[in-house]
Design a protein around this ligand. Structure first.
Ligand SMILES: Cc1cc2nc3c(=O)[nH]c(=O)nc-3n(C[C@H](O)[C@H](O)[C@H](O)COP(=O)(O)OP(=O)(O)OC[C@H]3O[C@@H](n4cnc5c(N)ncnc54)[C@H](O)[C@@H]3O)c2cc1C
Length: 286
């Protein structure tokens, strides 16, 4: 099918939030796209027993009838949200880059949630309208370029492989390089790096204040036994693709931007529901 042309009167464009080639293709063909606000930060990983003991008020192992404990944290820092995202009890940190030269981390839990680590994205809300002044010349691609630069920075800081840059949580917040790191579920491994100094202040400084506040809310959360791992940069799309009341692109009749890549979903279920909506819209009159 390579380079084959398939004529169609209706196309559902649901290529996800990481299909940068599609964003560039649309932009180069002068098909409208827009910069979108999103969130970026790091992934934090604790031994699961620490989260269990905080949430279940137990010491040592949790009762075997109880599932691995989770948490959800949010804090306003300097008028922007810092919050936990995609918390994975009993889970793994996984590589999620889509191109050479970048490091992106994400998280997942196996159905049994029986791994010995608890990880979560901890991210800072970013506003596309005002947070990227140095990227204005990229126009509607400014948030995407900012995201790319952060992922390249993680690649370089991690040692130019899929090894991810990391720091003990307390070292990150208190601003010193970690002499060594805690064990991790992240298979490619971690490399100690001064994330507190490397991350843009907008993200690093707000994260550091957020982590302190989380430590107040969950006693024991703020600990040297946790690692922060960079970077959690694919929480949602940095670009949105406009559509009208018929769910069609305003410039291209029959093109239906859909799902997370268009900016219409944030997760499996909402993406599936948007897919259903677009399929119904595309089928009208057939
Ligand atoms: C590790 C990980 C864990 C996650 N865990 C959860 C979770 O627990 N719960 C949750 O709700 N969400 C989770 N998510 C997010 C969830 O996967 C997405 O929100 C969801 O899949 C978005 O659906 P989508 O259909 O919009 O895009 P996608 O699922 O990304 O699908 C896009 C598809 O388009 C294809 N594509 C891209 N470019 C092209 C092209 N040029 N031509 C043809 N095909 C193309 C891609 O290969 C892909 O198959 C997780 C994501 C990751 C990476």
């Amino acid at each position: 099918w390579n380079n084959a042309e398939l004529p169609a009167t209706r196309v559902i464009l649901a290529t996800g939030h990481s299909a940068r080639d599609i964003f560039y293709l649309l932009h180069n063909k002068k098909i409208a796209i827009e910069a979108k606000s999103f969130a970026m930060g790091v992934r934090v990983e604790h031994p699961q027993h620490i989260i269990d003991s905080i949430q279940y008020h137990c010491s040592g192992k949790r009762n075997e009838l109880l599932p691995a404990a989770s948490y959800s944290l949010v804090q306003q820092v300097n008028n922007r949200g810092v919050y936990s995202f995609c918390m994975c009890p009993g889970g793994f940190i996984v590589p999620a880059a889509t191109a050479n030269g970048e490091v992106v981390v994400n998280g997942m839990s196996p159905s049994r949630r029986n791994n010995q680590f608890a990880n979560s994205g901890i991210v800072v809300e970013l506003n596309a309208a005002k947070d990227f002044p140095k990227y204005e010349h990229f126009g509607v691609l400014k948030a995407l370029q900012y995201q790319k630069d952060l992922e390249r920075l993680a690649f370089t800081a991690g040692g130019r492989t899929q090894t991810a840059p990391a720091q003990r949580l307390t070292d990150f917040v208190e601003g010193r390089l970690s002499v060594d790191l805690n064990p991790t579920s992240y298979q490619p491994g971690l490399k100690s790096a001064p994330l507190h100094a490397l991350l843009p202040k907008l993200i690093g400084s707000n994260l550091r204040q957020g982590f302190k506040a989380f430590g107040e809310k969950m006693k024991g959360y703020y600990t040297a036994e946790a690692n922060v791992v960079g970077v959690e940069s694919r929480t949602s799309s940095p670009v949105s693709i406009p559509r009208n009341e018929n769910l069609e692109h305003p410039q291209i009749k029959g093109l239906f931007p859909c799902g997370e890549g268009g900016g219409y979903a944030g997760g499996i279920v909402s993406a599936a529901m948007d897919g259903e909506r677009c399929a119904e819209a595309a089928a009208v009159g057939l």
